[in-house]
Design a protein around this ligand. Sequence first.
Ligand SMILES: Nc1ncnc2c1ncn2[C@@H]1O[C@H](COP(=O)(O)OP(=O)(O)O)[C@@H](O)[C@H]1O
Ligand SMILES: [Mg+2]
Length: 329
Amino acid sequence: MSKHLIEVEHLRQYFPAGGFGKNKRFVRAVDDVSFYVDKGETLGLVGESGCGKTTTGRTMLRLYEPTGGRFTFDENVIFDVEKKQYADMLPYRKRMQIVFQDPYASLDPRMTVGDIVGEAIDVHKLAANKQERYDQIIHMLERVGLNSEHANRYPHEFSGGQRQRVGIARALAVHPEFIVCDEPISALDVSIQAQVINMFEDLQEQMGLTYLFIAHDLSAVKHISNRIGVMYLGRMVELADSYELVERPLHPYTKSLISAIPVADPKQARESQRIVLEGDVPSPLNPPSGCTFRTRCPYADERCAAEVPKWREVENGHYCACHHIDKCN
Ligand SMILES: Nc1ncnc2c1ncn2[C@@H]1O[C@H](COP(=O)(O)OP(=O)(O)O)[C@@H](O)[C@H]1O
Ligand SMILES: [Mg+2]
């Protein structure tokens, strides 16, 4: 058995949404999601807004209490809901970090950038004295392309891209092994997105980092990811090697996402048919029975309404959950 750094099994996150007793309602934000990430690897996680990407990342880091499932990090059980096993998170708050989507909302406006980065160093007692703390802060700022002059300034004095660099420096300050990157570039100007992506890649190489890299569109993660998982309405529908996923998608939802990526070559554009899905994503408060994608799927039949499709390895390393892989390929 190969051991993966990150192993998520049957993760569920249901948020209470009012009602009492038998009428209690839940938002099924994440419903039975399983995947692994190997050390040094980037797993991209894509899907439309609201499909459960952020909730997946945050639940793994225990920023939310999991409803169900199991998560192991470096063979340590972080949680196993069924067995009621929960790790003391403090040591893991150092080993696993998150970079948030919105660099405007995620930095305390009353703290200097130096203190924002220094806070994590303090929590984990990583500096023996003030000088060491200062040196570590400057070192981290430099790693993300900022410098000592930035340390005494406040977040509002920075551009979006610089703020996101501060968010990255804060995450890196504790020398984590695993980082959930939650759409770290989607709030940034298109002109600087590539710079920040490149920085993530360089840092990964220099520091041996493992990423769960969340994005709402495939083109943003295609290049940085070794493998990509596709979510739809709380469930993972397909996961494969990045190249394989883009070139040979099996799930009709993945196919529709890929057909939406603009292609530069007009000949190729004419050949590749755009698959436009009808209707909207249903509410996770009341998801369709069986396959949650069926209400928008051109191949759906009675079986899709009756039975949740199994998450299975269709080919080596290529996972998909669909009753009609043969019919739609
Ligand atoms: N703290 C919360 N309480 C209740 N519902 C939530 C909470 N966070 C997210 N949700 C709901 O869970 C679903 C998944 O949200 P999210 O994980 O943020 O999706 P994504 O990151 O893919 O856009 C959405 O329907 C969202 O409204
Ligand atoms: Mg999100």
